[in-house]
Design a protein around this ligand. Sequence first.
Ligand code: ASP
Length: 226
Amino acid sequence: PFGKPANEQSLKVFQEGGSLLDAVERGIHVAEADVSNASVGLGGIPNSEGVVQLDACIMDGEGHRAGSVAALEDILHPISVARRIMDDSKHVMLAGDGARQFALAKGFASTELLTEEREAEWKKWRNDNHPPDNHDTIALLGLDGNHHIVGGCSTSGWGYKLPGRVGDSPIIGSGLYVDNQIGAAGATGLGENVMRHCTSFLAVEYMRQGLHPEEACVEAIRRAIA
Ligand code: ASP
């Protein structure tokens, strides 16, 4: 359900003259800022220590440019930090405190991402120690009329994960892959399964071999469960 308003915002930004990158970034902002959504950005489920750590990436089909952040703390819009890494640095990926320091240096505000509701749930989880099974991701793909594709994804990852755990979402080729000549894919699901098979890259490569997008996804998933 959180994908629809994000897509609507994305389309609005594009129709009002924003670039495809702006459209994807600002569409994802909607999910990141939504406190009721427990799996992306503000209000995301924390790690086992009660700290919200976010993963995100953005990829531009033009030149295969990419930026990504892993285990980023205290920053409301990890997708925008990923974009700044892509646009303003020599790197593709920054992790942990380095990513946070980069964001602060670029003017991003430090924000408490753990809401009272998630904190109460985390305390309950810590006491009961019941197995967590709560995670989701927004992966948003944009295609314009000139075969230009941009994709982005953002998540708080696997609820109550070990501190420092990084999922598939910020890994280019795992949680997201974009190729202007072929197409794009984004993943959701347990990152540990996705990242061992470079699943988004694989789906795009299956399309390169001529498979219909749906068949490409089915084949990529088949490889992951084999
Ligand atoms: N892929 C995300 C992760 O493992 C979670 C999800 O999409 O459900 O971090």
